[in-house]
Design a protein around this ligand. Structure first.
Ligand SMILES: [Zn+2]
Length: 366
């Protein structure tokens, strides 16, 4: 297949550039023309596309912490057409020196600048980069701002008291994943059964990834279509995952991807510092310290009783509006139903300052 062949050609060039001493991108382009003299078969590939391989090597050298290693067949999966050599219309993609092929278009791209072809689990994808104009924010009046608090127990709780449950795609699939991993490790390395088991495992991870992305797209679209100003807390996921007991659940929730999606979909999205947002009372700013296991916020000063994530979301909203020097409206909260026992326990902690209960297995956001 022409695509496989192109990939192999690119891989050869990539490995060639690794075998010689590092040089600048410009020099690599020059070296390519000389290389074509020695190896005329390289002329069968689009020249700009081969130059992009040089760029790939240069970027990899810049970011890599270790020495780069040669790429074998299954470790080299992409090539890129930049600016020239491609045409896209009527569900067909034409690539220079490769030919025309049918594709499934998920949306209509405009002003395409770059097409990257990648192979993943035996399927081929075309990733398209387009140039679009950035929105201007100044002189826009916002009519519907919202604050969102993300967590593990619930994926999101916003300042309108809307709750999005956490689907926990990875956690639900742990059993089949374990089985698939076991199958891979029990097959003899290099055998075709080993290869098949590896493919099955990769498909399983791919499936989880697709489900998660679908969920994140739907959730971010929900917020971006209803609100014109979104406040999200600034999360340092790398720091949070140092807690190994929570790391998997935190990464499974993919807050960063949600953040990125909101950033490009929303009219405007602003990150706010999350410090003290779960402790301070949103109504009177009284600090009410609580452990992760305590799920309700009950203020001894103004007697506000509400879900702790709801309180955080309200704080995000107010902090964000203050940060942008916009008028802060004090919203009346929707009262929540809280079981009597937890209420008793809460006041116990607040009024007498007794040692708090230790965080239990499944705490939510901070
Ligand atoms: Zn209060």
């Amino acid at each position: 297949m022409a695509l496989e062949q192109t990939l192999d050609g690119c891989r050869w060039v990539y490995n060639y550039f690794l075998s010689i001493p590092p040089m600048s991108e410009y020099d690599m382009n020059y070296a390519l023309t000389e290389l074509k003299e020695q190896h005329p078969w390289l002329r069968n590939y689009h020249s700009k596309m081969l130059q992009m391989v040089g760029k790939q090597v240069a970027t990899a050298r810049k970011t890599a912490k270790r020495k780069l290693s040669y790429r074998y067949h299954d470790r080299f999966n992409t090539f890129t057409y930049n600016q020239t050599g491609f045409r896209m219309e009527n569900n067909k993609l034409a690539l220079s020196k490769i030919g025309s092929m049918n594709i499934v278009m998920h949306r209509q791209p405009i002003n395409v600048k770059q097409v990257t072809i990648c192979r993943k689990n035996g399927r081929w994808y075309a990733v398209v980069a387009c140039e679009i104009l950035r929105k201007q924010y100044s002189s826009i009046r916002y009519s519907k701002p919202v604050g969102i608090d993300v967590g593990i127990a619930k994926f999101a709780h916003d300042s309108d008291n809307h709750i999005v449950e956490n689907p926990q795609f990875l956690t639900k699939m742990l059993k089949p994943l374990r089985r698939a991993h076991r199958r891979v490790s029990r097959r003899q390395q290099g055998s075709s059964n080993h290869r098949k088991a590896k493919h099955m495992l990769a498909r399983l991870y791919e499936k989880i990834n697709y489900k998660r992305r679908d969920f994140l797209h739907k959730t971010s679209t929900y917020y971006c279509s209803r609100y014109d100003l979104i406040f999200l807390e600034r999360l340092r996921v790398a720091n949070l995952t140092r807690n190994h007991k929570l790391a998997r659940k935190i990464l499974d929730a993919s807050w960063s991807t949600f953040n990125t999606m909101c950033q490009y979909k929303a009219n405007r999205m602003v990150e706010v510092e999350p410090a003290y947002s779960s402790i301070d009372c949103h109504r009177c700013s009284q600090p009410v310290p609580k452990s992760l296991a305590v799920r309700t916020h009950s203020c001894p000063k103004c007697r506000a009783v509400l879900d702790r994530d709801y309180n955080s979301a309200m704080n995000h909203l107010q902090n964000g509006l203050e940060m942008l020097h916009l008028p802060v409206e004090r919203r009346e909260i929707t009262p929540v139903e809280i079981p009597k026992e937890s209420l008793k326990q809460e006041f116990h902690i607040v009024t007498y300052g007794l040692p708090e209960k230790r965080a239990q297995a499944c705490p939510g956001s901070q």
